[in-house]
Each structure stands twice: as C-alpha cells, then as structure tokens.
Design a protein. Structure first.
Length: 108
C-alpha cells in the first residue's frame, strides 16, 4: 500500500486561514513540488469547490491580480487527478472523480 500524505498550510503561530498566510513564490513552488509527487489529491466538497474556484481559470484567463510565479502551481493542480468526498454533490469535473460510501476502502 502506498502512503497517504496530508498537507495543510500553517503559520508558526498555528494559523490555518489561507486568507491570512501571505502567498509567496517559495510557498507556491514548494506546494507545486509536493503536488507533483502525488498520485492524486483527495478533497472534501468545501475544499474542492474553493480550490476549483481559485485555480481553474478559462484558457488564457489568469486573473489580473495573480503573479506570473503562480502559473506552475496552477498548471500542476489543474493537471492532478482529484478525488472528491461528498454526499451532497451530484457530479464533479476538473479532472476529478466523486467518492461515496466507505472512504477507507475507496482510498485503499
């Protein structure tokens, strides 16, 4: 069985709120490198919807406010296989598959 890794951004003072952690080139490079090593990403509905809204842009339509150094992270997360655990969503896309039922068996 392959390892299951958990990842979250946390500041040294324990803050997990992504809105207050300053986005940096180093942070996005590190995150892209970690994502590139994963076979797939596992999201709950809320995180999936938040990440899709933030990173899935129409072709050639990167938001004006976003720095160029973010592009490698965006390409990596957009290309990654995703699994979404939800009992409320009827369907997903963005290279994702909906997971229902026994999560332990599904992840195995």
């Amino acid at each position: 069985m392959r390892p299951l890794r958990y990842s979250i951004n946390v500041t040294l003072d324990g803050c997990c709120d992504h809105r207050v952690i300053p986005p940096t080139e180093d942070l996005h490079r590190h995150a892209a490198e970690n994502l590139a090593q994963a076979d797939a990403l596992l999201f709950g509905r809320v995180t999936y919807e938040m990440m899709e809204a933030g990173w899935r842009w129409p072709a050639g339509a990167k938001p004006d406010w976003m720095a160029d150094w973010v592009e490698p992270f965006a390409q990596t997360i957009n290309a990654a296989k995703k699994y979404v655990v939800s009992s409320t969503l009827d369907q997903v896309d963005w290279n994702a598959e909906l997971v229902r039922g026994d999560l332990g068996k599904a992840v195995e």
